[in-house]
Write a protein of this length. Structure first.
Length: 362
C-alpha cells in the first residue's frame, strides 16, 4: 500500500541512509505533499544530510499543517541553533518543555546553550556532527543493533558449542552489497576489449589487463566505502575501448553507489583535477568552498554561478554553474561550502547541489 512508503523511508532514516529516504519520498511527492508526516520526514532527512535549506522548506510546510509536534519543534530549534541564533532556538525549546516537561533533548540543548552556546563552540559542534544529538531522534540504527546482537549471540553459541566440541566460525564483517555476480567469468576475461574500434570515440585506449584492473579496483573501492574512487574507475571503463559486456556490468555497479554527506564524503577531487579530465570525474561528489553570484531563484529551483576558491576573495580557481532542485538557505554575502555531484550540460562542467554549509561566524 502507498502508506508503506513512509514506513520504508523511516527505516532508511533509522539506518542513516538519508539519500535513499529522500529519493523514495521525493518520488511520492504527488501523493503525500499535504501530509504532515511526509513533510516532517523530508525535513528531518535533509537536516541530517546537511542540507539546511531543504530542511527549512519542509519544516515550514509541516508547520503549516500542524504546529505543536515535538519533532517538528526540535528540528526547527536545531536549524536556529546551527546558525548561532540561540535566542530563537530557546523559544522553541521552551515550547517543547511546556508540552513535555521531561523532554531530555530540549533540556540538554538548553543546558548546552547556557554553558557552551558561543559561536566558536557551535561552529565546532556543527563541523564535527556533535550538534546532531539535538536533532529529532531517529530511533535505534538496526545496523548497530546487529553489531551488538550478533557478537553476543556468537559468544553464547560459542560457549554452548564448545561443550560438544563443534567447530565454530565467527561471522564475517558485513559488506555493503553482494558483488559475487560481478566476478568476470574466464570466458569473458579473454575478450574485455571492444573489437570494432570504429564504433565510437574513446577517451582511453586500455589493454585487457588495464580494463580488468580498473574493473577489480571499482569493486574494491566500493567495498571500502570509497564511492568516488569507484566512480572514477567506472568512468575510465565507460569512456574506454572496453567491451559492451564490461560496460553493462559497471553501469549496474554504479547504481549501488550512494550520495555522501559532508561528514562521510571521501576522496573529493580538486577543481584542477576535474578540469583536467572531466569525463573521468563525472558523477563524483565534491565538497568545494567558494562564493556564489548571479542567483536565479524560483519557488522550486535555485541556480547560480559558483566561484570556487573565492571564499577569502583573493583567489579564483574556477567558475561553474550550480543548480539545486530544492531551494537552499544561502546568505550570498558569505562564503559557502557546497556538497554537489559533478555533471555536464552540453559538454560544460556543472554541479548538482545537494547540501550547503555556512559558518555561523560573520
Amino acid at each position: 500500500m502507498a502508506r508503506d512508503v513512509l514506513d520504508v523511508a523511516k527505516r532508511y532514516m533509522a539506518m542513516r541512509k538519508f539519500d535513499r529516504a529522500l529519493k523514495l519520498l521525493e518520488g511520492n511527492s504527488e501523493i503525500y505533499s499535504q501530509d504532515f508526516e511526509y513533510n516532517l520526514l523530508m525535513a528531518v532527512s535533509f537536516l541530517y544530510a546537511g542540507d539546511t535549506g531543504g530542511a527549512s522548506v519542509y519544516f515550514q510546510r509541516a508547520r503549516n499543517i500542524k504546529l505543536t509536534d515535538t519533532n517538528l519543534l526540535l528540528g526547527q530549534a536545531a536549524l536556529f541553533l546551527r546558525r548561532g541564533d540561540t535566542s530563537r532556538a530557546l523559544g522553541y525549546y521552551l515550547e517543547i518543555i511546556d508540552n513535555e516537561p521531561e523532554n531530555k533533548i530540549a533540556m540538554n540543548a538548553m543546558e548546552f546553550i547556557r554553558t557552551k552556546g558561543d559561536y566558536s563552540t557551535i561552529c565546532r559542534w556543527v563541523d564535527t556532527g556533535l550538534i546532531e544529538q539535538f536533532y529529532p531522534p531517529l530511533g535505534i540504527n538496526p545496523y548497530r543493533a546487529l553489531g551488538i546482537g550478533i557478537p553476543l549471540t556468537a559468544c553464547v553459541l560459542g560457549v554452548l558449542l564448545a561443550f560438544v566440541i563443534v567447530p565454530f566460525r565467527r561471522p564475517s564483517a558485513g559488506k555493503r552489497a553482494d558483488l559475487s555476480s560481478f566476478v568476470l567469468p574466464l570466458s569473458e576475461r579473454k575478450s574485455l576489449q571492444e573489437k570494432d574500434l570504429s564504433s565510437g570515440a574513446f577517451s582511453y585506449l586500455l589493454t585487457s589487463g588495464q580494463i580488468y584492473d580498473s574493473y577489480e579496483k571499482a569493486q574494491v573501492y566500493f567495498n571500502s566505502y570509497r564511492d568516488n574512487m569507484a566512480q572514477i574507475e567506472i568512468n575510465r571503463i565507460l569512456n574506454s575501448n572496453a567491451s559492451v559486456y564490461v560496460k553493462q556490468k559497471v553501469n549496474v555497479l554504479m547504481g549501488y553507489l550512494e550520495a555522501p554527506g559532508f561528514d562521510s564524503i571521501k576522496d573529493s577531487p580538486s577543481y584542477r583535477q576535474v578540469q583536467s579530465e572531466p569525463k573521468l570525474y563525472l558523477d563524483c561528489w565534491v565538497d568545494w568552498s567558494g562564493r556564489i553570484s548571479n542567483v536565479v531563484q524560483t519557488e522550486t529551483s535555485y541556480s547560480c554561478d559558483f566561484i570556487i576558491g573565492y571564499e577569502t576573495m583573493e583567489n579564483v580557481e574556477g567558475i561553474v554553474p550550480l543548480h539545486f532542485k530544492v531551494v537552499p538557505s544561502i546568505e550570498v554575502e558569505k562564503p559557502v561550502k557546497v556538497l554537489a555531484k559533478i555533471s555536464s550540460i552540453d559538454g560544460r562542467l556543472c554541479l548538482e547541489g545537494r547540501a550547503v554549509y555556512q559558518s555561523v561566524k560573520d
